[in-house]
Design a protein around this ligand. Sequence first.
Ligand code: PHE
Length: 365
Amino acid sequence: MAAAALSAAAFAEDTIKIGEYASLTGKEAAFGQSSHKGTLLAVEELNAAGGVLGRQIELVTEDDQTKQGESATIVKKLISREKVVGILGEVASMRSLEAAPICQAYRTPMISPSSTNPKVTEIGNYIFRVCFIDPFQGTVMAKFAKETLNLRRVALLTSVSSAYSVGLAKYFKERFVADGGEIVIEQKYTEGDKDFNAQLTAIKAAGVDGIFVPGYYTEAALICRQARELEMTMPLFGGDGWEAPELIAIGGSAVEGCYYSTHYSPQVDTPAVRAFVAKFQARFDGETPDAMAALGYDSAKVMVDAIRRAGSTDGPAIRDALAATKDFEGVTGSTTMDKNRNATKAAVVIMVKDGKFKFVQSVAP
Ligand code: PHE
């Protein structure tokens, strides 16, 4: 113990510190743990290959416990106390929106691996992401609902306390209606709710042939269960917030035949994905990496590539290099930062089948 602490302290002297904030515990722990593993794997690989600018990289990780208010506090600490040169996080848009103004004020570049709400990078020119944004994801699911599932009359069930959910509902609706579909009824809930019977009863009475639930996995799984208990048999579908093993653990047979869109599937057979899955499984007890893990991995690689090109650990220099990121090949595709500091990437649609996530289709941007 003492020896380990001593060597860590000695090591800390000449490392380049990168901060990470994630929901490692609490309601959305599945997201944070997954992205953290991907990030950690990337940093370990980079260090094994010599680090960056002749120094080793030290990943300083803080747990925001999925709690409101916590992200801002820990990001402040990462910047002012730990002196990190860049920040990776958060998975969820609402927590990225909380911490991004701090990164912007301190001129510390931040990359969100997976926050898809457009507002996140609008906070300022130090805020980046390596994933697509929700206007695209909403379009993908609206087209899938209309063309593949043949749905015409859809209900929306939105989490009003989540910027991600509100945004995705809006973009889905715009596209679905523009394509001639009808949003027959809109119902709301709040993060952490457990009983959705009132909303589902209203939806049942309205008579719809599908329900779009742009929320996170815990509520999505409970909503599917309660819908089936009310003998509602229509498909339920959502976005990337559905992706966690808990969706199936909580939802059981009620999530069979449900769909969601996300950023990557381990079942897509490309050399980059195959290599990543093999390395991840070797490092983490055979666990198969999900989209958050893949995006966490890519976010760290993109940050370190920018530090290398900047030839410096100064915030403004790293920022400029990040803004110039072009054709960076990662696991989730190629990252080029557009003028709004967003990446453009393909989406995949996943289905729950026989208690497993099954790749359905890839949708190009
Ligand atoms: N896109 C979601 C958000 O912005 C977070 C998320 C990303 C969830 C990837 C699952 C997978 O809030």
